[in-house]
Write a protein that binds this ligand. Structure first.
Ligand SMILES: Nc1ncnc2c1ncn2[C@@H]1O[C@H](COP(=O)(O)OP(=O)(O)O)[C@@H](O)[C@H]1O
Ligand SMILES: [Mg+2]
Length: 224
């Protein structure tokens, strides 16, 4: 059974996040990555699930959590929030996940923000190796515990081709069994989510949704 957490995304993904593997939501700034992560977190707490939320960008907001789930305070003991500020701290936090018992959802928002700060011409090989190691740990936990792992990934302008690419390119793409692209839809608070890679959903399937105070709702009719 997939983990459903927000109606439009659940419909796009045949019921929600797949268990046993990594699902990666990628897109430019303000495309809704952190909103998706917060909705997943709120919905898991609502179901009494134990959640590890790794926030590398300071995007986690208790104010937003209380909009999404006003009674969240009763469930805060189920939330393991960590806020690494350096790539080294992120490495340790991800390694520590292996020691936590009964985890039911892991969220990393974003997997590459600190990686990018650390990256330079000299360390590109070793730092990508470390990124792969972190992703391998996440994938292993997903499989071993049969839980969903949600990561987010900003995209940056590729200076050579002028195209947008996943920041970490092939490393993160390879480790993510599901890749979902997020983009702005041209109307305030509206976004489009497109399946770019999946083991069971046709590539290119998309949905338009609106980010609201209570979460997300599907946009069914569009006046053009
Ligand atoms: N309570 C809310 N109601 C409606 N829209 C919201 C609310 N909170 C945030 N948003 C929308 O979410 C957007 C930010 O999305 P976010 O997930 O932080 O982007 P990303 O993580 O991809 O950079 C804001 O631009 C705003 O449009
Ligand atoms: Mg964000």
């Amino acid at each position: 059974m997939r983990f459903g957490f927000a109606p439009p995304i659940d419909r796009l993904l045949n019921g929600g996040l797949e268990r046993g593997c990594i699902t990666n939501f990628f897109g430019p700034p303000a495309s809704g990555k952190t909103q998706i992560a917060m909705c997943a977190c709120a919905s898991a707490l609502k179901k009494g699930m134990k959640v590890a939320f790794i926030d590398t960008e300071g995007g986690f907001s208790f104010e937003r959590l209380s909009q999404l789930f006003p009674e969240h305070e009763k469930f805060l003991h189920k939330l393991l929030l960590s806020e690494p500020c350096t790539w080294e701290e992120q490495k340790n936090v991800i390694a520590e996940l292996e020691k936590i018992k009964n985890l039911e959802l892991i969220i990393v928002d974003s997997i590459v923000a600190l990686w990018r700060l650390e990256l330079n011409q000299e360390n590109v090989f070793s730092i990508n190796q470390e990124l792969a190691k972190q992703l391998a740990t996440l994938a292993k936990l997903a499989r071993k515990l049969n839980i969903p792992v949600l990561i987010t990934n900003q995209v940056y302008a590729d200076t050579e081709t002028g195209e947008l690419e996943l920041a970490s390119r092939n490393v993160v793409k390879w480790w993510s069994k599901n890749l979902i692209e997020l983009m702005h839809a041209g109307r305030a608070n509206c976004r489009i989510a497109i399946v770019r890679k999946s083991r069971s959903i046709p590539e290119g399937r998309k949905i338009e949704f609106e980010i609201t105070e209570k979460g997300m709702k599907e946009v069914k009719f569009r006046l053009l």
